[in-house]
Design a protein around this ligand. Structure first.
Ligand code: PMP
Length: 386
């Protein structure tokens, strides 16, 4: 099948995988980066330092502001619980949105059970948070705002610059889940007053199982750690560093930095040909926003067709309805529902996500397959006849 699920995960770039191989075996650098008494440890530590710098360079951070984690799910947990528990004497109110990733929403639900109060903002119809709604929801005891940069289902980009200013003016911590934005659109933390930012390697052509949390140093942001132990990562996340994974993430992020412009042009072109190829199908609805969204995600609904049956009919395409994380359930996407899209249309949604290795030919073939599948399914559908 044609892979069109780059928002779920990306393949590791060959040069990244090759580099990682040098940090595993007896003839490579396999030491523990925390071993301070011999060369094996120093070499591993040096490799980690280089990767930390590469990662920092992509996002405009200081290398001392990066905490390695197992991925963005863990980073989101660490950021939100870490701030909540450390600063709960200051207040117990947290603001987020209804369209966040489950790793944010479920962490927030957990905190509600621990006595925190949550406000879940409803975005506007295009998925963007209304800044006035945000301002109005701020209470005296609000300690944290957590809003994602790019939505994983529809690709909408939030105005994190202005949100960060609102948070700064109210002395509220601001956490950004930037998993889908990092490496795709430019983020410069030097110019934004973001306190914490989550990201993951496997969305940026790096390996799975490694990610990071940016934690601002000036002014210093303090967190309660979730994983206790040897005091690695300045006490914020104990556990022996996965050197090969970290090296892979560093390499992938530097590649992303060098290719960010070309990747953007490439995915924009392909997304446009995909949409141009299918937009004239009857009863097709665009759930993404071509101007205010990232180019690699295109979410559409085909009225009178069940998303799941469409995915089955399109077995030559690797696509998803909504996100991989929730596609196990048959509920319509909570993200689309939060945008006010009615159940039938939310049920008939498909997410195409394209990437560095997608070709023009693949998109042409995709357009053809979609036309065929829709024609076939609608001919079978009693609703369509009426
Ligand atoms: N946040 C967003 C917006 C995501 O798209 C994902 C991945 N589906 C995550 C968090 C979780 O990332 P990870 O797979 O690294 O835990």
């Amino acid at each position: 099948p044609i892979y069109l699920d780059y928002a779920a995960t990306t393949p590791v770039e060959c040069e990244v995988a090759k580099k990682m191989m040098n940090y595993l075996t007896i003839d490579g650098i396999f030491g523990n980066a925390a071993s301070r008494s011999h060369k094996f440890g120093w070499q591993a530590e040096e490799a980690v330092d280089i990767a930390r710098n590469q990662i920092s360079e992509l996002i405009g951070a200081d290398s001392r502001e990066i905490i390695f984690t197992s991925g963005a799910t863990e980073s989101n947990n660490l950021a939100i619980k870490g701030i909540a528990f450390f600063h709960q004497k200051k207040g117990k109110h947290i603001i987020t949105s209804k369209t966040e990733h489950k790793s944010v929403l479920d962490t927030c639900r957990y905190l509600e059970n621990k006595g925190f109060r949550l406000t879940y903002l409803t975005p506007k119809n295009n998925g963007i948070i209304d800044l006035n709604d945000l301002k109005k929801s701020i209470k005296k005891d609000t300690i944290l705002v957590s809003i994602m940069h790019v939505n994983n289902e529809i690709g909408i980009i939030q105005d994190i610059d202005n949100i960060s200013k609102i948070c700064r003016d109210h002395s509220i911590f601001f956490h950004v889940d930037a998993t889908q934005g990092v490496g795709k659109i430019i983020i410069n933390l030097k110019k934004l007053s973001i306190d914490l930012m989550s990201f993951s390697a496997h969305k940026v052509y790096g390996p799975k199982g490694i990610g990071g949390l940016y934690v601002r140093r000036k002014p210093r942001v303090r967190l309660l750690p979730s994983i206790h132990g040897g005091g690695h990562e300045r006490g914020m996340r104990s556990g022996t560093l996965a050197v090969h994974q970290i090296v892979g993430m560093g390499e992938a992020f530097i590649l992303a930095k060098n290719k960010i412009h070309d990747d953007f042009i490439h995915t924009t072109k392909l997304r446009n040909s995909l949409w141009d190829g299918i937009k004239n199908i009857e009863e097709v609805y665009l759930n993404s926003d071509l101007k205010q969204g990232v180019p690699h995600i295109l979410n559409v609904s085909f009225n009178y067709i069940e998303g799941e049956s469409l995915i089955m009919a399109l077995k030559d395409l690797a696509i998803s309805s909504g996100s991989a994380c929730t596609s196990a359930s048959l509920e319509p996407s909570y993200v689309l529902k939060a945008l006010g899209i009615k159940d039938e249309l939310a049920h008939s949604s498909i997410r195409f996500s394209i990437g560095r290795f997608t070709t023009e030919e693949e998109i042409k073939h995709t357009v053809k397959l979609v036309h065929q599948a829709i024609y076939k399914l609608r001919n079978l559908s009693p609703l369509w006849e009426m």
